[in-house]
Write a protein that binds this ligand. Structure first.
Ligand code: NAP
Length: 504
């Protein structure tokens, strides 16, 4: 088998070991660009965006003329900014090859700008080169998105070909998301706005589309007739310590479900788009969100992690003893359409969980009749799409237990771990941010959320949040390091199902 990966041009052949798939890794350099990162001194830029750009530089994808211009209020020289970026790469990408770091840093510049002020904007305009792609990454607090959009057009810095990249959170409810969409629309067309959900940049998430729509195998079974239920889990081991103030205004429903889990649900449930085209894909996702039924109060469980020994609980981490904000949520979601009528989707996400894991589990129905004497054996096939910590897929199938002793059946996984299959000599999986930034430069919006999608997701989430805000109930307690509250287990048990174990 020969696998062709990535749409790149410098053709290189990875060395292969026995388990690897022979393949061609190609890297197509993107067009020349000026990328301005607002908030370039912040956590996200230092941890993800700038190290990610260096990796693309190492991969030969960044043209030698391209420039990255950092912008923030701090008064830095180009040299000081470069020193900071070097330190960030040392800290957050210790494994990256350092041999080309100086050349990369030479392509970096800095301008001091206050999103709310007037200083620095003229300098930024003078720095922009005509005839190259202009992209502006808004890696600042969402309250500044509108100011940045306005200044970019007021100072004539953005042109028709410019793109803006907007970080999460995109609003905190339908009303604020609409207002933000309207503000951005005053200055930019929808085709210029790239709303990031970094989950969409993960290799496996795109592979979910490839598995579904490039194979005949699964799609005929991908419906309520053959799928018993779907589970989507995003579990984190970290708590909210350090950003408790922000999180306390948000909670798991706003911070994770409305965006990340919703996107995973859409890609799992959507109809095949007529073409792998940004609007065709996003049209199909939007139809899924619009088909979501309201969630009944007894089909949602909210949890909050408790103090454990010297480990602080949520209320200590958020410094709000009265907080009713959920650090965990589990819910049963129904999609009202032909394909999924009768097949529930169970979503759960939480902090301070037993292990860090994100996965989508498709549990198929059991065969209608067994010719084997295997009563009591769990016979349902499961397809597990793993997003983290390692990306890959598992398909469990029934086989005969090896050896003598009659026909006893057992379940085994057909494991496809991308790291095992393609690495280490094969493909170095790009981080989600790397891929998404290059998509911005290419002008490909497929993996970005459209304005109407975000609004539809809020329209679904708002009543759930409002019902909670209007009740006096407290979240269910759960122990740090556990799988979440007991109530969430009962949510499944009531339906004669159970969550897949959370494990690293
Ligand atoms: P952060 O660490 O607080 O950094 C904020 C950045 O904005 C700094 O560079 C700051 O530099 C700059 N800034 C603040 N006020 C400014 C102003 N008036 N004008 C121009 N620049 C200003 O925040 P972050 O964690 O990097 O997050 C940035 C954005 O990404 C937020 O929207 C956040 O929700 C989103 N996000 C972050 C993460 C993450 O892991 N950090 C993950 C997902 C989404 P100066 O103080 O020098 O101006």
């Amino acid at each position: 088998m020969r696998a062709l990966l990535a749409d790149t041009a410098n053709i290189g052949y990875g060395e292969l070991h026995s388990k690897e798939v022979p393949m061609v890794v190609r890297t197509i350099p993107v067009e020349d660009f000026d990328l301005v990162i607002f908030g370039a001194t912040g956590d996200l830029a230092r941890r993800k965006i700038l190290p990610g750009l260096y990796r693309r530089f190492l991969a030969g994808q960044m043209p030698p003329e391209a420039r990255v211009i950092g912008a923030a209020r701090s008064d830095l020289t180009d040299q000081r900014f470069r020193d900071d970026v070097r330190a960030a790469i040392d800290e957050f990408d210790a494994k990256a090859d350092r041999s080309q770091l100086d050349a990369f840093l030479d392509q970096l510049h800095y301008v001091a700008i206050d999103a709310k002020g007037t200083g620095g904007w003229d300098s930024l305009r003078d720095m922009m080169r005509p005839g190259v792609v202009r992209a502006f990454y808004f890696s600042v607090a969402p309250s500044l998105f509108g100011d940045l959009a306005q200044r970019l057009s007021e100072y004539d810095i953005a042109d028709q070909n410019s793109r803006i990249v907007v970080e999460k959170p995109f609003g905190r409810d339908l009303e604020s998301a609409r207002a933000l969409n309207a503000t951005l629309a005053e200055h930019f067309d929808e085709g210029q706005i790239y709303r990031i959900d970094h989950y969409l940049g993960k290799e496996t998430v795109q592979n979910l589309m490839a598995v579904r729509f490039a194979n005949i195998l699964f799609e005929p079974l991908w419906n309520a007739q053959h799928v018993d239920h779907v589970q989507i889990t995003v579990a984190e081991t970290v708590g909210v310590g350090g950003r408790g103030g922000y999180y306390d205004q948000s909670g798991a429903m706003r911070d994770m479900v409305q965006n990340h889990l919703m996107q995973l649900l859409c890609l799992t449930a959507m109809e095949p788009p007529y073409h792998f085209d940004p609007n065709a894909v996003r049209d199909e996702k939007l139809k899924v969100i619009r088909a979501l039924e309201p969630v009944a109060e007894d089909e949602i469980v909210r949890g909050q992690y408790q103090a454990d020994g010297d480990q602080p609980g949520y209320v200590e981490d958020s410094e709000n003893p009265e907080s009713r904000t959920e650090s965990y949520v589990a819910l049963k979601v129904r999609i009202s359409n032909w394909r999924w009528q009768g097949t529930p989707f169970y979503l759960r996400t939480g902090k301070k969980m037993r292990a860090r894991t994100s996965e989508i589990v498709i549990t198929f129905k059991e065969p209608p009749h067994s010719i084997f004497d295997d009563s009591g054996t769990q016979r349902a096939n499961q397809l597990v799409i793993k997003l983290q910590p390692d990306e890959g897929m598992d398909l469990t199938v029934m086989i005969k237990e090896p050896g003598p002793g009659g026909m006893r059946l057992m379940q085994v996984p057909l494991d496809m771990s991308f790291a095992d299959t393609f690495g280490p000599a094969g493909v170095d999986m790009p981080d989600a941010y790397e891929r998404l930034i290059m998509d911005v430069i290419r002008g490909n919006q497929t993996l970005f959320m459209r304005g109407d999608e975000v609004e539809a997701a809020w329209a679904w989430a708002d009543p759930i949040i409002a019902a909670w805000d209007g009740s006096k109930a407290r979240p269910e307690p759960y122990d740090a390091g556990s799988s979440g509250p007991e109530e969430a287990l009962r949510l499944m048990h009531r339906d004669n199902r159970r969550w897949r174990e959370i494990r690293a």
